[in-house]
Design a protein around this ligand. Structure first.
Ligand SMILES: CCCCC/C=C\C/C=C\C/C=C\C/C=C\C/C=C/C(=O)SCCNC(=O)CCNC(=O)[C@H](O)C(C)(C)COP(=O)(O)OP(=O)(O)OC[C@H]1O[C@@H](n2cnc3c(N)ncnc32)[C@H](O)[C@@H]1OP(=O)(O)O
Ligand SMILES: Cc1cc2nc3c(=O)[nH]c(=O)nc-3n(C[C@H](O)[C@H](O)[C@H](O)COP(=O)(O)OP(=O)(O)OC[C@H]3O[C@@H](n4cnc5c(N)ncnc54)[C@H](O)[C@@H]3O)c2cc1C
Length: 627
């Protein structure tokens, strides 16, 4: 209810207005509303803040830069930079991606050369492709960057390391000498975020600015490794884990709220010719578009909670020096981020499209969500690259499963029990245990299929790297199958262990079954090819899904209402709680800058001569048209 937090109509603002308004609102929320003592930008408050603010700034500062200081800094470095960053007295970003490289980190070209005489690092972008490009908050906001660069000592390369580099003056905010920095221009979304470019030429930083938890450089240039170097990639794992809730589950929940509420209000056409026009939500085709996406919100939420817990447990182990869980966590977080962002972004577009013309209006609030979710498929690890990382781990585990009993998320790869499906009715296929088994079997077969194909190619003389490249599509499918079985399995377990009312548990169980069956029906080729289901059972699976749509239809609006988004955060004429869609759309359109005058003078000057000629002809004064 704080008017300082109310969102003005973002669609009727320029990009620069949105950039400064987001910064105002974010700082107001962080510096005024949140309790000063005790909160941190990576604490639980962020969940509520990210929920309460439609466009906020300092996502990378809060969601990446600060966690990196904690992950890569020594205690002294954390003590120095964390308080400044947590209190926004320095603003930072995570500068890794370059104009020429984003996925292949070993190809990054920015160099940090150690200058023993001055005990400094000299930072250079040797050519244009080495320029840092994309980091959020970097163009105009950040005055520091956590720069990921190749460490070089006496001509020898030591790989990517993290360096704290100040890029702007803390008094004037002007770029420092050797620093060329700015905004990369208009993008598909994130209008309020100043993703930037950064060209560094002979910028000197103290030796102490190498974040040295995992490695350090002594004054004489001696390089010391201090831990598992794979932890250097740890910040990306953490962000992949965190972004699922913030950037996939929450936006999809908003989109579903808008689309389901609108579909309950919008009457269009007849089902029974003798009855009145129906709400489009009564069309099974509409339910088939919307309700599986509603189910995805819940299942992705449950699976993300499990992944966050796994990451938390892993972090405690790392503190004790045990990094054994890292390979599985990397594979799972990479796969989950890729597959759920793919599903979420596709799902947001499906529900947007289900709202017809008004879904194409920015007044619906849906284009904002769809465009922003598209970015989740690219940042923090491009999806294809992430799915292949996940597949790399699965293939290794499948080989290991031939001799060892596996545990963790890949345990099913060493499950050689009879997994054939005996379902005879569509009710059998709504059973959670049956759905879990089906997904495990499909995933196991998909992984083994991809592995077998590559082994056969190598046996026939194909180099392993070529076999990998040629089977990439099968490997990506295996990664997707693995994540689907993880999401279904963790959701079934989560719901079964949830202490809640029987009626709520019934709805959640139905949503889980709907998610699983929608996935089966969308990938039935795999389920038949791998012998998980017969063709007849595939028919039952479709029947089972349609039956669940019918069961869930009466509760559809109540379910999305439970996401509890305010009208202010939805910013949607279609999804407002009162359902007054048409009055809201009309009011919204009238506020458009285009309508601030009845005649748009700038364009009228071009039209005027022709209009006056038309007037004269119609009033009998003008000469006949040449046409
Ligand atoms: C004020 C309000 C704020 C509220 C908001 C708060 C929080 C919000 C939450 C989050 C932020 C939300 C949105 C953020 C928006 C935008 C942020 C975007 C940021 C970025 O995009 S940062 C840049 C991201 N870039 C990448 O992810 C690069 C991807 N590429 C790579 O990771 C690597 O290049 C590669 C693909 C993994 C290949 O690396 P390479 O060294 O060549 O390795 P390989 O040879 O493939 O494998 C070697 C070996 O290493 C293992 N490995 C690889 N990666 C990892 C890892 N990350 N962790 C652990 N292990 C890893 C790999 O498995 C191999 O192991 P083997 O045993 O098989 O040898
Ligand atoms: C909104 C947004 C915010 C961002 N924020 C940040 C940030 O704060 N900090 C930061 O450092 N970066 C940031 N990035 C950059 C982001 O991390 C990179 O865009 C991402 O890692 C992909 O790298 P790339 O753009 O170089 O694409 P590339 O890696 O060049 O990929 C291009 C295409 O090639 C394919 N490809 C690449 N490698 C392989 C492979 N091995 N096998 C098969 N196919 C492959 C990809 O699938 C993709 O289709 C952001 C990007 C966006 C869009």
């Amino acid at each position: 209810n704080d008017t300082s937090m109310q969102h003005r109509n973002l669609n009727h603002m320029t990009r620069e207005e949105r950039f400064s308004e987001a910064m105002r609102r974010t700082l107001y929320a962080l510096k005024v509303l949140l309790p000063r003592e005790g909160w941190t930008p990576v604490g639980p408050e962020m969940k509520y803040l990210a929920r309460a603010i439609k466009e906020f700034t300092f996502i990378i500062h809060a969601g990446v830069f600060i966690p990196c200081i904690m992950s890569y800094g020594t205690n002294e470095q954390i003590a120095k930079w964390f308080p400044l960053a947590a209190d926004f007295r320095i603003i930072g970003t995570y500068a890794q991606t370059e104009l020429g490289h984003g996925s292949f980190l070993r190809g990054l070209e920015t160099i940090a050369t150690y200058d023993r005489a001055n005990q400094e690092f000299i930072i250079n972008c040797p050519k244009i492709t080495a320029m840092k490009w994309w980091p959020g908050d970097m163009g105009k906001s950040a005055n520091h960057v956590l720069l990921m660069a190749e460490l070089v000592i006496d001509g020898k390369k030591y790989g990517m390391h993290g360096f704290m580099v100040q890029i702007r003056d803390l008094t004037t905010h002007e770029p420092l000498p050797g620093v060329t920095v700015g905004d990369i221009g208009a993008k598909l979304s994130f209008e309020s975020v100043d993703n930037g470019f950064l060209y560094l030429q002979n910028v000197r930083i103290p030796r102490e600015n190498l974040l040295s938890k995992l490695s350090e450089v002594h004054p004489d240039g001696t390089y010391i490794k201090k831990g598992n170097q794979r932890l250097m990639y740890g910040s990306m794992v953490r962000v992949r884990v965190n972004l699922i809730a913030h950037e996939i589950v929450m936006p999809l929940a908003k989109a579903c709220t808008i689309a389901v509420r609108y579909s309950a209000v919008r009457r269009q056409g007849l089902i029974n010719p003798s009855k009145e026009e129906v709400p489009v939500l009564d069309y099974v085709a509409q339910q088939h578009k919307l309700l599986p996406q509603v189910a995805t919100v819940f299942m992705a939420h449950f699976a993300a909670k499990q992944l966050v817990k796994m990451h938390h447990d892993y972090s405690l182990e790392v503190e004790k020096g045990n990094t054994s869980q890292l390979p599985e966590l990397h594979a799972l977080s990479a796969g989950m981020k890729a597959c759920l962002s793919e599903q979420g972004a596709a799902g947001a577009e499906i529900v947007r499209r289900a709202c017809g013309g008004h879904g194409y209006s920015c007044g619906s609030g849906l284009p904002f969500i769809v465009n922003r979710m598209l970015a989740t498929c690219t940042y923090e690890g491009e999806n294809t690259v992430m799915q292949l990382q996940c597949a790399r781990y699965l293939i290794k585990c499948a080989d290991q499963a031939k001799k060892d009993k596996l545990t963790g998320s890949v345990w099913y790869l060493s499950d050689f029990s009879n997994m054939s499906c005996t379902a005879q009715t569509f009710g059998d296929l709504q059973e959670p245990s049956v759905l879990v088994k089906l997904h495990e079997r499909r995933a196991k077969c998909a992984v083994q299929h991809a592995g077998k194909k590559m082994q056969n190619m190598v046996k026939n003389g194909t180099p392993a790297h070529d076999a990998w490249n040629m089977m990439a599509t099968l490997l990506i499918n295996a990664a997707r199958a693995h994540i689907m079985q993880y999401v279904v399995g963790t959701s079934v377990t989560y719901i079964s262990e949830l202490s809640c009312s029987a009626s709520l548990k019934k709805i959640l169980t139905q949503l889980c079954a709907l998610y699983a069956l929608h996935n089966i029906n969308s990938n039935c080729g795999d389920f038949v090819k791998f012998g998980c289901l017969t063709s007849a059972q595939c028919d039952l699976a479709q029947e089972a899904e349609f039956n669940l749509l019918k069961q869930l239809r009466p509760d559809a609006v109540g379910i999305v209402d439970s996401f509890d988004f305010t009208d202010d955060i939805l910013q949607s004429c279609l999804g407002a709680y009162d359902g007054n869609v048409y009055e809201r759309l009309f009011e919204w359109a009238k506020q458009a800058p285009m309508n601030k005058t009845e005649v748009h003078q700038d364009s009228y000057q071009y039209l005027q001569p022709y209009l006056h000629e038309g007037r004269d002809v119609l009033e009998g004064r003008g000469r006949n048209s040449k046409l």
